[in-house]
Design a protein around this ligand. Structure first.
Ligand code: NAI
Ligand code: MG
Length: 337
């Protein structure tokens, strides 16, 4: 079966790292067909809008998109494209794996965890934010629903089941924020009952931060509400050496968008030194999502191998003296061996 995916090369370093990523995917013979669409600054220049209707329609039709970083113009009244995409497709799960790779600036070499962050409610509502006329008191609403909590916790357990993972940790602050965090925790406990083969653990968010820094190997899948997930997933990226190796996915019932966590890096765009790994790891997660788990594993294996044994070929941010292209060459050569 051939699967078509919508490819958004994006802005800045986007086209460079996307070309490298697609070369690596092609070396795997995944049977994927790519259709290319504009978004971001490129789309603004070509179509007069940051997200053209045809880009949205393509994602709707193919249900899977691989997306390079997009530049949101600052101070011109544009709202974040990523937030728009999340809303449009109701992409309720933000999935951020953190896996150790060799040769990174990290104090650990054996981390393998996934943060599953609720992406549509919690503290990140545009409504429910107010400030008094005198400007002295501000109010922000946290909204948590049973339905929103249930679908994210269920997503985390299903992911754990599919990937053969052993434990799901629900991170909360129900001891203090008894209403919203309390509801999330209640629902997590209920859903956990449907997955007796997977260990369920509860952890208060401040303790979770300390445990992640002191003993991250104890974690497997973490599920949490929007704000805590935002913070914890960046903490986890830091544990494995920073954004250069951090992929992310935004997943809904009808569409899934895979991307690198980093931005368009305008400071190095066009110099061919951008590290393609984060987007490649996002592509590997996309292969997992498409039930090509063995191919996803091969991408990660190739990255591990090249970082370990062909350092001169990798990009400067990983300590090499190579380019985006030599990095991709080394990965392709490894896969074809
Ligand atoms: P950034 O992530 O683009 O860059 C931060 C620093 O990391 C820069 O020094 C950059 O050179 C470096 N860097 C990032 N990715 C790299 C890679 N693959 N290889 C080597 N070095 C890399 O963050 P910044 O500068 O805050 O944002 C730039 C633009 O990206 C903004 O317009 C922002 O809106 C957009 N952005 C888009 C995102 C997305 O589409 N998912 C996410 C974050 C930012
Ligand atoms: Mg964040």
């Amino acid at each position: 079966m051939s699967q078509t995916i919508a490819v958004l090369k994006g802005d800045g370093i986007g086209p460079e790292i996307m070309d490298a990523t697609l070369r690596v995917l092609d070396a795997l013979d995944c049977g994927l067909t790519y259709e290319f669409f504009d978004a971001g600054l490129t789309a603004l220049e070509n179509h007069g809008t940051l997200i053209p209707a045809e880009t949205l329609e393509a994602i709707e039709k193919h249900r899977i998109a691989l997306k390079g970083p997009l530049t949101t113009p600052v101070g011109k009244g544009f709202s974040s494209i990523n937030v728009q995409l999340r809303r449009h497709f109701d992409l309720y799960a933000n999935v951020r794996p953190a896996i150790s790779f060799p040769g990174t600036r990290s104090r650990y070499d054996d981390i393998d965890l996934i943060t599953v962050r609720e992406n549509t409610e919690g503290a990140y509502l545009s409504e429910g934010q107010s400030i008094t006329d005198d400007g002295d008191t501000a109010l922000s609403t946290i909204r948590v629903t049973r339905q929103g909590s249930e679908r994210i916790v269920r997503y985390a357990f299903e992911l754990a089941r599919q990937r053969g993972r052993k434990k799901v940790t629900a991170v909360h602050k129900a001891n203090i924020i008894k209403t919203s965090s309390g509801l999330f925790l209640d629902v997590a406990r209920e859903v956990a009952g449907d997955y007796p083969e997977i260990e369920f653990q509860e952890m208060i968010v401040d303790n979770a931060c300390m445990q992640l820094v002191m003993n991250p190997q104890q974690f497997d899948v973490i599920v949490t509400t929007n704000l805590f997930g935002d913070i914890l997933s960046d903490l986890c990226a830091g544990l494995v050496g920073g954004l250069g190796l951090a992929p992310g996915a935004n997943i809904g019932a009808d569409a899934a968008i895979f991307e690198a966590v980093h931005g368009s890096a305008p400071d190095i765009a066009g110099r061919k030194i951008a590290n393609p790994c984060a987007l490649l790891l996002a592509a590997a997660d996309m292969l997992d999502h498409l039930d090509m788990v063995d191919k996803g594993a091969r991408v990660r294996g190739a990255i591990r191998e090249v970082l370990d044994s062909a350092r001169e070929q990798v990009t400067p941010d990983m300590g090499g003296s190579g380019t985006t292209d030599t990095f991709a060459d080394a990965l392709v050569a490894h896969l074809q061996r």
